[in-house]
Ligand binder design. Structure first.
Ligand SMILES: Cc1ncc(COP(=O)(O)O)c(C=O)c1O
Length: 380
């Protein structure tokens, strides 16, 4: 049996007629930039998440960068975030001229640890360091951060919050969707995301009308009236074809997320039956939060050997992420070293994403668990 990490072709086949029709309509209509589909998708996603405004942009990375700019974060500022995320989170901070400050994660959720954020801000305040202007929590793998605690902290220390929701569309914290907590939230429509386009795309959500108006200008050369440029902007627009595709897929997202949750629960049940908990740390989903399993990640000691064994048996797995951002070569000027953020470093050495996508079959999940079981029964 061959089991890919995810299978975008089988998803396309399951919705082919609707997608083809949506694309054809755009081609026949002849409007390709900022037309009706972008406008309606912005409304539909804002409504789905529960915010006032949506602003379609060219990528999730741009969504984060433009959010920071719109909130006035720039040169000389510092922004707190997690080291255990995709590089784009830190890139967005550096792109506006600010400096990333990495705070370690907690090992239950793999998300930034609110206690450590609080401790850092407390110390910075006593040292009268006032450069910290924002926090970017990342809802990694589709698991929400501890939002009550983080919102309390940003309020107390009067700093902005930009949620990185690239991996978490539809995830919830006490019945409220992520993306509705921060001053802004950035979403990615990269093809492999739970709501993926057939190319790049992203969106910012916000409840603030002034910030929304600024973002609309930033993505379109700093202008709200053609050929009159009020602020420094650039070209970062979501295109009509992608928006038309995403509007079809948005109608399916809750069902797809439910299928992911069902399969993640099945993995958990099968692993427990095999009594593999000694070998494998399973993902933890907290009762009051809806984890939408963009990735189903386990943690194991002999990760690289297990990955090789599974590949030899037709199962594709992936490592998100093998090296924390604080230790990446590109950021060596920030001065972090091995051992500075131990939870993130431990996760990097042990994490493994198993195949998970809505179109999977129960037999495929059983096969993956069987293979992992046989790896450990051989005394690996
Ligand atoms: C956590 C996180 N943040 C930001 C991004 C950037 O999104 P994009 O690839 O659409 O620029 C991604 C995805 O690739 C991501 O996983």
């Amino acid at each position: 049996m061959q089991i890919p990490l995810l299978d975008l072709t089988s998803q396309y086949k399951s919705i082919k007629s609707e997608i083809d029709e949506a694309i054809e309509q755009v081609l026949n209509n002849g409007t390709f930039i900022l037309g009706e589909n972008v406008r309606r998708l912005e409304e539909e996603i804002a409504h789905f998440i529960g915010t006032g405004f949506g602003i379609g942009v060219a990528s999730g990375t741009d969504a984060l960068e433009l959010s920071l700019t719109a909130l006035g974060i720039g040169e000389g500022d510092e922004v707190i975030t997690t080291p255990f995320t995709f590089i784009a989170t830190a890139e967005a901070i550096c792109a506006v001229g600010a400096k990333p400050v990495f705070i370690d994660i907690d090992l239950d959720t793999y998300n930034i640890d609110p206690q450590k954020v609080r401790e850092y801000l407390r110390k910075a305040q006593s040292a009268k360091r006032r450069a910290i202007k924002a926090l970017i929590p990342v809802h990694l793998y589709g698991q929400t951060c501890l939002m009550d605690e983080l919102c309390e902290i940003t309020k107390e220390y009067k700093i902005k919050m930009v949620e990185d929701c690239a991996q978490a569309i539809g995830a919830e914290c006490r019945g409220k969707k992520v993306g509705s907590f921060g001053d802004c939230a950035g979403f990615s429509f990269f093809p492999s995301k739970n709501l993926g386009a057939y190319g790049d795309g992203g969106m910012v959500l916000t409840n603030n009308p002034e910030v929304a108006a600024t973002l609309k200008m930033l993505r379109a050369h700093g202008s709200s009236k053609k050929y009159f440029h009020k602020i420094k902007g650039r070209n970062s627009r979501l295109d009509e074809l992608q928006a038309a595709i995403l509007r079809v897929k948005l109608k399916k997202i809750s069902g797809w997320n439910q299928a992911r949750i069902k399969y993640a629960n099945l993995y958990n049940t099968l692993f427990s039956k095999q009594e593999l908990e000694k070998e494998i740390i399973l993902p933890k989903s907290q009762g009051d939060r809806l984890h939408i399993y963009h990735l189903y990640c386990i943690r194991v000691k002999n990760r690289d050997k297990l990955k090789e064994f599974l590949a030899a048996n037709g199962v594709s797995c992936a490592i998100h992420y093998p090296l924390g951002i604080h230790l990446q070569e590109v950021y060596k000027n920030l001065g972090y070293k091995n051992g500075d953020l131990p939870n993130s470093e431990l996760a990097s050495s042990q994490i493994l994403a198993l195949p998970l996508y809505p179109e999977m079959s129960i037999e495929q999940i059983e096969y993956v668990v069987d293979k992992i079981n046989s790896f450990y029964s051989k005394g690996a």
